[in-house]
Design a protein around this ligand. Sequence first.
Ligand code: SAH
Length: 349
Amino acid sequence: MNKIDIKSMTKEEIEEDIVSLGLPKFRASQIHRALFSRLITDFHEMTDISSSLADKLCERYEICAPKIVSKLVSKLDGTEKYLLALSDGNIIETVLMRYEHGNSVCVSTQVGCKMGCAFCASTKNGFVRGLEPSEILAEIETVTREHKDDKEPFRVSNIVLMGIGEPLDNFDNVVKFLHLVNDEGGLGIGYRHISLSTCGLVPGILRLAKEELPITLSISLHAPNDKIRDSMMPVNHKYNIEKLLSACREYQRICGRRISFEYALISGVNDSPDNARELASRLKGIMCHVNLIPVNSIREKNFKKSTKNDIILFTNTLKNCKINATVRRKLGSDIDAACGQLRNDHINK
Ligand code: SAH
């Protein structure tokens, strides 16, 4: 019999299952605290239960705890990139970014991706499956465990769902993960410190709006018009920019939160001042921020970063049109591997 994935369960769900075994309710609280706050990976680490109860729990439940296959640490800024092996052998990537305002973890939400964006490494080896809530949570927990002996107490304060995969293509598991990671009895990371990035699955955006979670919605726009967006992002054939931006307006109407637009600057493709003006006119009326990212060239595709001058010109053109825009600072350039690239290297070996 397959074991129960206990780390995908809420405290109430654990309670219900524990009580159904004829155990008292307070056991569920002990177990929940040990799993989600102390981050044990084996029930035998619990000192407040008998070893025969630990045996019984081990038989019934699986505690999701991926193995670290490799870990790269940037000498420049402390960025850490992890390759993690899941219990079925699949490999995912997780990144820790260290900012003055706190530690931010970038999590994968799927094994591979089926969205097919031309510039993105995550999609090159196809799609395998969505991650379970426990597996997304385990990415943050694994990083936290790695720092348990740090001199300064270590805490993850921000999460970005910007690793491998399309979060809204794994909707239920991602929303459950958001609840689990926010739980006060667990990592307790505030929704306002979580950003979810999507390539633009319109039905998913509208469904997410109904959840009314105060997270930041980040849209991978990357183009000011359908002609350019069609050429790079297959999702645009189904949900074009007009449909996407109208979903964003609806999201904003319901959630009241500023929307963040990601825009990878690619030399000669989408980085002219005209492109910037067109972008500004499309975004008019949406309370937003544009994140400009000089594109990371991946081996499989020949996209070139915009020049410094073009980046400055693009940014200033947006600002003159009253659009908030900043260029994203690049971290971990000495351990460079555009998102998904490490995993590809591992698979191709
Ligand atoms: N599927 C989601 C989240 C994962 S990608 C999404 O599409 O938003 C996280 C961000 O990195 C997205 O904005 C994506 O478009 C961007 N990205 C992917 N490959 C990139 C590259 N080579 N250079 C710059 N940004 C890239």
